[in-house]
Design a protein around this ligand. Structure first.
Ligand code: CP
Ligand code: NVA
Length: 307
């Protein structure tokens, strides 16, 4: 029997598989005449423990447009590890579904689902990673800037799930990245070490700093995420203070390449991590990026569910 494949993090895919998925996503987006019945007769379950706009809606529409069905299972239906064990949830859902997309608090739950489900599991965001977001991010960079080998991405803010997945996809594809975080909010050491080992193969230049000005210098892409992620709400006041010098605003973006693009995974908090003039300005491509979630997810589903 063919071994099932998961997308729990970027570690699960080789560089060439990532490029293959990106290329399929671009084709699906640009060639509307492509027949998209790859998920005919298949059902995908969305097991979400946190709220979502983009991930839920883009996956649901992606599955419908590929000819399949989708079932949303929120915390009221499936309370992972509380109503029943994550192992039992994984084993039960595998008897009904062809794929599970899960959004959890702890990444351990995603790993557990992947271990016990006999169908592919896709991470739709955990505290450690957000791989589907990273696919949409790079699809957008390719679309707007072309040759990714010449691009420098600057990520400014929290060393969080979005940042980890962005760093890993960049290190697997040879895209240079500079990450500026406040002290105490650096990326995980394990993720950095993995990224550095991928970078040895691909030549990616990885730079980490506490200085946003240094990260943004000559960057072609500036990336922001919220300062307080879902599940960290009680830290909001402290974070507002700790991140105050990490706002993407008119004076910071002056240091970037004049043709830079602004990316944000959304939801955004205008006046916190980014000012309105930047996110609503001419360099911002955040809604193209949001649209690209759907095209990327179609390609991910096709890749993981192929016979
Ligand atoms: N970017 C993203 O994952 O958005 P949602 O939390 O709305 O799904
Ligand atoms: N870092 C954010 C991303 C939301 C899409 C969070 O985890 O809440």
């Amino acid at each position: 029997m063919k071994q099932k494949r998961d997308l729990l993090s970027m570690h699960d895919l080789s560089s060439s598989e990532i490029l293959q998925i990106l290329s399929q996503a671009a084709k699906l987006k640009n060639d509307k005449s492509l027949k998209t019945t790859h998920l005919k007769g298949k059902t995908v379950g969305l097991v979400f423990q946190k709220p979502s706009n983009r991930t839920r809606v883009s996956f649901e529409v992606a599955v419908y447009q590929l000819g399949g069905n989708c079932i949303y299972l929120g915390p009221a239906e499936i309370n992972l590890g509380k109503r029943e064990t994550t192992e039992d949830v994984a084993k039960t859902l595998s008897r009904y579904l062809d794929c599970i997309v899960a959004r959890t608090f702890s990444h351990k739950d995603i790993i557990e689902l992947g271990k016990f489900a006999t169908v592919p599991v896709i991470n739709g965001l955990s505290d450690l990673y957000h791989p589907c977001q990273a696919f949409a991010d790079i699809l957008t960079v390719q679309e707007k800037l072309g040759d990714i080998s010449k691009v420098k991405i600057a990520y400014i803010g929290d060393g969080n799930n979005v940042c980890h997945s962005l760093l890993l996809i960049c290190s697997k594809l040879g895209i240079n990245i500079s990450i500026a975080t406040p002290e105490g909010y650096e990326i995980s050491n394990d993720v950095l070490e993995s990224a550095q080992s991928y970078a040895k193969e691909t030549g990616t230049v990885i730079h980490t700093t506490h200085l946003p000005e240094v990260a943004v210098d000559s960057a072609n892409v500036i990336y922001a995420d919220v300062w307080t992620s879902m599940g960290q709400e009680e830290e909001t006041d402290k974070r507002l203070k700790d991140f105050k010098n990490y706002q993407i605003n008119a004076s910071l973006v002056k240091l970037a390449d004049p043709g830079y693009i602004f990316l944000h995974c959304l939801p955004a908090h205008r006046g916190e991590e980014v000012t309105s003039d930047v996110i609503d300005g001419p360099h911002s491509v955040v809604f193209d990026q949001a649209e690209n979630r759907m095209h990327a997810e179609k390609a991910i589903l096709i890749f993981l569910l192929k016979k």
